[in-house]
Design a protein around this ligand. Structure first.
Ligand SMILES: [Zn+2]
Length: 329
């Protein structure tokens, strides 16, 4: 059951930052370059995230989501603009939330098409039915409003599950990653964030689990347990296959799991600050490969080879040596 559940999460999270699920745009228009929001992109901001919930969502789930968002911003900085939309199990309540959502979209960007917004493929009713969490990054050449929209739901994971907390952290780390890429051009953004999941998902997952493992009350062996389960994907990696070549989709899970290990691996060779702060600070101006080379001392291709040919061939015990047991209490 646990394995099945994890697979579902993996697949569902797979679309969490690369899909354009939003509302349609009627026609291209001028982007106001001098708006305050434009100047805030990529900076630590003071404006607070907005939280919206369907009317069947409990106050405690709303508080829980706010609480874990706050833990994330305290650790990594407050980036945005960010909206959280929390969906329950009631499809009618989700449909009402969709209407509120499209009204807010229209208010923030008057050029959007309301009908397209309401008819969008992955709306809140689909979250009420299928559960899951996701991030929609809105920053492109067609829409005036740039920002992040995180959707949380009632299942996979639900608020009563431990995973709900690390999933909030995971989605927020995507906000952190994307906030460090300024371009509105789809291809430029993709060249800096990566098209396949190994880098972005690996980073979001490792940073989320690492931060979660340090919270008061979390058992000391938590991170090693989680990382141990991710090693199950190793048996699905084909001979000579590189995680960077695995796309989102049916085998994306392998890249999620081993990508998480890859981030742990490069942090073990450098430091958490090198990955989380220094690499991202230079990413926008230097590009992915140059920032990677500067901070990790070698081209990503070389470190990926070392990861596959040396690190992944170690025993489980030796691999686990790079995973901290518990750092703060
Ligand atoms: Zn993700």
């Amino acid at each position: 059951m646990r394995a099945l559940y994890l697979i579902i999460i993996g697949l569902l999270l797979a679309g969490c930052d690369h899909s354009e699920r939003g509302s349609g745009v009627e026609e291209a228009h001028q982007i106001p370059k001098s708006s305050s929001e434009e100047n805030e992109w990529g900076k630590v901001i003071t404006s607070k995230a907005e939280f919206y919930a369907a009317n069947d969502v409990s106050e405690s789930q709303l508080r829980l989501t706010e609480q874990w968002h706050e833990i994330a911003t305290k650790a990594w900085g407050n980036y945005g603009p960010l909206e959280f939309w929390i969906v329950g199990k009631d499809e009618r309540a989700a449909a009402e939330l969709d209407e509120n959502y499209c009204a807010i979209r229209k208010q923030k960007d008057p050029t959007i098409n309301l009908r397209h917004c309401l008819n969008r493929g992955h709306n809140f009713v689909s979250y009420a039915k299928g559960g899951n969490a996701g991030l929609n990054t809105r920053r492109n050449e067609n829409e005036t409003w740039s920002g992040f929209i995180i959707t949380m739901s009632a299942k996979f994971p639900g608020p009563e599950e431990e995973d709900y907390k690390s999933v909030v952290l995971h989605e927020y780390f995507h906000v952190y990653q994307h906030a460090h890429i300024h371009s509105r051009n789809k291809f430029e953004r993709e060249s800096l964030s990566g098209k396949n999941p190994w880098w972005g998902e690996g980073g979001a997952e490792y940073m989320a689990q690492l931060l979660y493992s340090r919270q008061p009350g979390v058992r000391p062996g938590y991170l090693r347990e989680v990382m141990g389960r991710k090693l199950n994907s190793l048996k699905n990696l084909r001979d000579g296959e590189n995680i960077k070549d695995i796309p989102y989709g049916p085998r994306g899970r392998i890249a999620y799991d081993l990508g998480t290990w890859f981030i742990a691996f490069i942090i073990s060779k450098t430091s958490e600050e090198t990955y989380r702060v220094k690499f991202f600070k230079d990413l926008n101006s230097k590009g992915f490969e140059e920032s990677f080379l500067k901070h990790f001392g070698s081209l990503s291709e070389n470190i990926l080879h070392e990861f596959h040919d040396v690190f992944l061939k170690l025993t489980i015990e030796d691999k686990m040596k790079i995973i901290p047991v518990s750092l703060t209490r």
